[in-house]
Write a protein that binds this ligand. Structure first.
Ligand code: AMP
Length: 214
C-alpha cells in the first residue's frame, strides 16, 4: 500500500502517518525527518537544507526528489510506505509519478488531513520536538510523561525554529501557493480523500482506517 499524506504544516499528518506505518507494517518516510537527521549529522545535504528550513522555506526540488526516489527503492518499501511531507510541489509529484511508473507501480491513496489556518498557528506553538530522536509532542494534546523530557529517549524537548509563529505563517503561505495545487492533482488521479483533521487524534485515525481498510 503506497500512501501520501497531504495537509498544512501542523495538520497532524506526521502523527497519523506514524500510526498508519505501525498498523500496516510499512515504513514511514518523512522528508522533514530525513533533513533533520542530516542536519544533526552535519552532512552536506543537511547544511544546504538547514538554510531553507530555518526560514520556513521549501528545500529545492533537486535536493529533495533524489532523496525520496532513492529511499523508495530500498527493500523495506516492497510492500508499500507512507510518505509524509513529500511531495510538496507539483514538480515533486510529477517526479514521484515518473519514478513509480518506471518501477511499474503507482500510488494507492492520497490522504488530505484538512485543518483551517486559524487552528494551525495555535497548534504549532504548542508543538515540541525531541532534540535527540525527533519524536514530536504537544503540550496540550500529546504531552510527555515528564515535562520537557522525551518519553522515547529521555532527550530534551524544544520548540523547533520552524514551528515559531512568524515562521508558521510563512510556511502556511508557502503551503497554499505551492502544495495546495496537489489536492487537484491527486483528485484528477482519482486517489484523493479529504478527512477532517480538527477531530480528536483517534477519530482522525479511524477515518483513515475506513479509507485504507482494516
Ligand atoms: P516537516 O517536518 O515535514 O514539516 O518539514 C520541515 C521542513 O523541511 C519544511 O518546512 C521544509 O523546509 C523542509 N521539507 C520537508 N519536506 C520537504 C519537501 N518535500 N520539499 C521541500 N522541502 C521540504
Amino acid at each position: 500500500m503506497k500512501i501520501i499524506m497531504l495537509g498544512a504544516p501542523g495538520a497532524g499528518k506526521g502523527t497519523q502517518a506514524k500510526k498508519i506505518a505501525a498498523k500496516y507494517g510499512i515504513p514511514h518516510i518523512s522528508t522533514g525527518d530525513i533533513f533533520r537527521a542530516n542536519i544533526k549529522n552535519g552532512t552536506e545535504l543537511g547544511k544546504k537544507a538547514k538554510t531553507y528550513m530555518d526560514q520556513g522555506m521549501l528545500v529545492p526540488d533537486d535536493l529533495t526528489v533524489d532523496l525520496v526516489t532513492d529511499r523508495i527503492h530500498k527493500d523495506d518499501c516492497k510492500n508499500g510506505y507512507v510518505l509524509d511531507g513529500f511531495p510538496r510541489t507539483i514538480p515533486q509529484a510529477e517526479a514521484l509519478d515518473k519514478a513509480l511508473s518506471a518501477m511499474n507501480e503507482k500510488l494507492d491513496h492520497a490522504i488530505e488531513v484538512n485543518v483551517p489556518d486559524e487552528n494551525i498557528v495555535k497548534r504549532m506553538s504548542g508543538r515540541r520536538a525531541c532534540l535527540n530522536c525527533g519524536a514530536t509532542y504537544h503540550v496540550v494534546h500529546a504531552p510527555t510523561k515528564v515535562e520537557n523530557i522525551c518519553d522515547m529517549c529521555g532527550g530534551e524537548l524544544i520548540l523547533r525554529d520552524d514551528d515559531k509563529p512568524e515562521t508558521v505563517l510563512k510556511r502556511l503561505g508557502i503551503y497554499h501557493n505551492q502544495t495546495k495545487p496537489l489536492i487537484d492533482y491527486y483528485k484528477e488521479e482519482g486517489i484523493l480523500t479529504t478527512i477532517d483533521g480538527t477531530a480528536a487524534l483517534e477519530d482522525v485515525f479511524k477515518a483513515i482506517i475506513a479509507i485504507l481498510g482494516e
